[in-house]
Design a protein around this ligand. Sequence first.
Ligand SMILES: NC(=O)c1ccc[n+]([C@@H]2O[C@H](COP(=O)([O-])OP(=O)(O)OC[C@H]3O[C@@H](n4cnc5c(N)ncnc54)[C@H](O)[C@@H]3O)[C@@H](O)[C@H]2O)c1
Length: 483
Amino acid sequence: MKAQPKASHFIAGEWIEDTSGAVLDSIHPATGEVIARLHEATPDIMSRALSAAQQAQPAWAALAPVERGRILHRAAMILRARNHDLSVLETLDTGKPLQETLVADAASGADAFEYYAGFAPTVTGQTIALGGDMAYTLREALGVCVGIGAWNYPIQIACWKAAPALAFGNAVVFKPSDVTPLSALALAEILHEAGLPAGLFNVVQGRGAVGAGLITDPRVAKVSLTGSVPTGRKVYAAAAEGMRAVTMELGGKSPLIIFDDADLENAVSAAIMANFYSAGQVCSNGTRVFVHQDIKAAFLDRLAARTNRIRLGDPLDEATQMGPLVSDAQMHKVLGHIAGGIDAGARLVCGGARHGTSGCFVQPTVFADVRDDMALAREEIFGPVMSVLDFTDEADVVARANATEYGLAAGVFTRDLARAHRVAGAVQAGIVWVNAYNLTPVEMPFGGVKASGVGRENGHAALEHYTRVKSVYLGLGDVDAPY
Ligand SMILES: NC(=O)c1ccc[n+]([C@@H]2O[C@H](COP(=O)([O-])OP(=O)(O)OC[C@H]3O[C@@H](n4cnc5c(N)ncnc54)[C@H](O)[C@@H]3O)[C@@H](O)[C@H]2O)c1
């Protein structure tokens, strides 16, 4: 096995194994090889992790923020120094090409630690004049935060949750996706090495039931999930029972609207990046590409030419541009969507089949003449499948873009400044890219509206979701009592 960690779990600064938990294999989806064998957390393991977090958190919250920041900054430096090894690990676990993991995964995680390391010491409360008396506010840590991850950006997701949570004085118990369990363990080891006191970042493995078991534990103050909408509904409901705070980073079916005055080559580049990066396994992907009828033919020509040149293959080869999907199950799900699109009468422009006969590879696929009511345009596919739809009128395309239960992201391509701002204001989405797509700098809040989520990760916005406000009222005169 190529990537066997020292043990399945990392709790209170130590590697912990408990083979009585169900077996959990990590599979490299390019070859089908089992690269690591782990075990799911038992109730005892989950409880140990939560207790370790609960015990460690008060002393951590009591540290000067600059001291917390110093440790997180060190973690960012180690993440960058080990970027190559971490990228290989992520490529083995997810199948994403090394070309991507070298720049987008641990590197983005390091950005998050760097950003929140610097942000922590700047957090202040308010003073509120009350005409004699006064009040002030304190920003307090929440306590123990549970993080639950998806399989598409495993270490990035772990870092985007851990960095703000830890910076603001919380402790974390993180459960990675059972499909990609490895890199969160590497992160735990790095945080430990950076000097993070034991118990503040714990990793436990498991499938959905382990996540569900963590959420309702009385020691937990907050739950942050990255996953699908159906899982989000369950997790949000379970957290509500204990009035726990939540962050929900869920799925999408985001529109990318390309007007007839757009720079065509840039628009094609964006559509490709919005659908084929990470073999289409990106939550914010612009999978409904609305193209103005007047440029549709030219757009599809360039799109097909460039899509047909995408190099699929061994994701560990740095020349490879697209790897396999994360699993056999995901490949079959995506192939099912493609077959459904053909049956529904969408026009296949390129791709449309499995690539090769081994590994979980799917050809980058473009459908044109997709209608709003087709499953292709309504359901999150989470694979390399782009749907191109036509439009002519701005108000009409905005209404169609919004006619979905999702609201994660949107894109608009136009040279008309007024139109760009008008459309950005009108689309129902948490993130809008204008003449760009899928860029997610840590400085910018990230998250969805409608069924796509609750709360925001990254930027200043994350402060609201990993702290609470306490108001302190100072009576500076006599107490006025009518009795
Ligand atoms: N908005 C974002 O930031 C973002 C980022 C990446 C992925 N996603 C979304 O994630 C999905 C793909 O990931 P996935 O297939 O791993 O999602 P998923 O919903 O199947 O699983 C996500 C996580 O939730 C856990 N889980 C499942 N059932 C649970 C339950 N009842 N209680 C607690 N935890 C439970 C899983 O074990 C996993 O760790 C897509 O819908 C994608 O759009 C969203």
